[in-house]
Design a protein around this ligand. Structure first.
Ligand SMILES: *[C@@H]1O[C@H](CO)[C@@H](O)[C@H](O)[C@H]1NC(C)=O
Ligand SMILES: *[C@@H]1O[C@H](CO)[C@@H](O)[C@H](O)[C@H]1NC(C)=O
Ligand SMILES: *[C@@H]1O[C@H](CO)[C@@H](O)[C@H](O)[C@H]1NC(C)=O
Ligand SMILES: *[C@@H]1O[C@H](CO)[C@@H](O)[C@H](O)[C@H]1NC(C)=O
Ligand SMILES: *[C@@H]1O[C@H](CO)[C@@H](O)[C@H](O)[C@H]1NC(C)=O
Ligand SMILES: *[C@@H]1O[C@H](CO)[C@@H](O)[C@H](O)[C@H]1NC(C)=O
Ligand SMILES: *[C@@H]1O[C@H](CO)[C@@H](O)[C@H](O)[C@H]1NC(C)=O
Length: 416
């Protein structure tokens, strides 16, 4: 009797766990969002972010979130060919002038061209017939480490013409430096992994405020001290990619302490940010300024990090916030697959014009879908168990949400 009862209990608790899941975005919506992204991504950071989003969504076996992704195979399976990602690498490397160390010449930003470097490293690894990818990647690394200006403390500037630190840098450069190191292996590889971590730490020293949120831009000729939602997303999501790269490298055990710090630094951003979540699930463009406007881009990116972190740390306490955010993102995608209510990614402080869309916002929807897919798979396989009281920390800012699907689902789980 006892084993039967306990397996019945297991089945019931799995059913409860499954009932806490939602369906994710439909294939049709994702199709449109993806093709719109590919149609409008043109700036260095947009291409790098698009390449990462396409990798995570369409070729998850090759993304650093997969435990067996490092190193990738020498030859890609035809059915797992990463064609859209490699296309970005190929067109970037073939357009690169030979006198530019950076992947994109004269970009002005130090970190942004490096964001395409992960795709270039993948192209190199999986195509031994073409050495131009390896040279381009190593020149990009050389530029970051040996040419770009730095602060006295050693933080690599995000601008080439002056020393200025931007939260954005964390998504652009450290994931490339870490992936380079993880693929290279040996002492030099280990030292690059450490460099990626140290750059994050140096940036955090300058940009983090006491409540855990990061300011957007510091030092140099102007500053943006606001807690920009997308900037906090860049920081948290960039740290997460480095964390996953460290963890899935061959020297993961040597980096346990750095990994624990990164996990804590990501967590402090997301747990603070969601305290300011609006009733309908959105975050504001300046997270903690009630006069700011809603921004779906930053909301999507921070929700993606929240789903990934729940899997990483087996802690689902922030999932109710991510689920609410997921819902508002769904409501913000129009019938043609454009994410609406975005911040203008070039001004940072005004909403996108009605006639224009945000390339990075399009990419963040794909990152959100990829993250949610991994989370849902982890719940379905029993690896992550939404705890019966996982919603206890939500509620406060949610007010009277009696008809919210999310809370109803959570109640189903709680009724145990
Ligand atoms: C990771 O990639 C391997 C193939 O390299 C695949 O078998 C596995 O399912 C992937 N896991 C996830 C969680 O995507
Ligand atoms: C790449 O993979 C996709 C999806 O599996 C497939 O539809 C496409 O035909 C493949 N492309 C090439 C060039 O093999
Ligand atoms: C390029 O790929 C090859 C494997 O195909 C690898 O041995 C080499 O280290 C790679 N170069 C870089 C810079 O990652
Ligand atoms: C490690 O880096 C040093 C300095 O850049 C270089 O001289 C050496 O050849 C590298 N070692 C390997 C194994 O790549
Ligand atoms: C969410 O609520 C904000 C007000 O807090 C509103 O401005 C915004 O339009 C709403 N978003 C959607 C998609 O309804
Ligand atoms: C995650 O936590 C739940 C309890 O909250 C536990 O039952 C489960 O075994 C944990 N999973 C892992 C992989 O540690
Ligand atoms: C969840 O419940 C357990 C056991 O009742 C309790 O120890 C824990 O503190 C609760 N967690 C929260 C976040 O309320």
């Amino acid at each position: 009797m006892a084993p039967v009862l306990s397996s019945l209990g297991l089945i019931l608790s799995s059913l409860e766990a499954l009932s806490s899941l939602h369906a994710g975005f439909s294939n049709a919506v994702i199709e449109q969002v993806r093709s719109n992204l590919i149609a409008i991504a043109s700036q260095s950071w947009e291409l790098g972010t698009a390449a990462e989003a396409l990798t995570e969504l369409d070729w998850p076996a090759l993304s650093v979130f997969n435990a067996s992704a490092i190193p990738p195979p020498y030859e890609l399976d035809p059915a797992n060919n990463a064609s859209d990602v490699l296309k970005i690498a190929t067109s970037t490397v073939s357009a690169k002038p030979s006198d530019s160390l950076a992947l994109i010449a004269n970009d002005g930003a130090v970190g942004d061209p490096a964001s395409i470097g992960v795709a270039v490293l993948l192209a190199n690894w999986t195509d031994s017939s073409d050495t131009s990818y390896a040279s381009a990647a190593s020149e990009q690394l050389d530029y970051l480490l040996n040419v770009a200006p730095r602060t006295d403390s050693g933080a690599i500037s995000q601008r080439s013409d002056q020393v200025q630190l931007w939260a954005d840098f964390i998504y652009m450069a450290p994931p490339f430096i870490a992936y380079y190191g993880a693929l290279q292996g040996g002492e030099n590889g280990t030292s690059l992994l450490q460099t990626a971590f140290e750059q994050i730490s140096l940036y955090r020293d300058v940009l983090r405020d006491d409540d855990g949120l990061w300011r957007h831009v510091a030092l140099g000729s102007w500053e943006d001290s606001t807690h920009w939602a997308t900037g906090n997303g860049w920081a948290a999501a960039g740290m997460l990619r480095v964390l996953e790269t460290l963890d899935h490298s061959s020297v993961a055990s040597d980096f346990a302490e750095q990994s624990a710090s990164l996990a804590q630094w990501i967590q402090e951003i997301i747990s603070t940010a969601w305290q300011y979540q609006a009733e309908n699930g959105t975050l504001l463009n300046t997270i903690d300024d009630p006069t700011s406007f809603p921004d779906s881009s930053g909301t999507a990116l921070l929700a993606s990090v929240t789903y990934r972190m729940a899997v990483y740390s087996n802690d689902t306490s922030l999932i109710p916030y991510a689920d609410k955010a997921f819902q508002v993102i769904g409501d913000s995608i129009d019938e043609n697959g454009w994410l609406r209510n975005t911040v203008d990614p070039e001004t940072f402080d005004t909403p996108s014009a009605a006639s224009s869309a945000s390339p990075e916002g399009q990419a963040f929807v794909l990152l959100l879908q990829a993250a949610y897919t991994e989370y849902a798979q982890s719940v379905a396989s029993g690896q992550v168990l939404p705890t019966s009281n996982s919603t206890s920390s939500s509620g406060s800012s949610n007010g009277d949400d009696d008809d919210s699907n999310i809370l109803r689902r959570c109640r189903l789980v709680r009724r145990k």
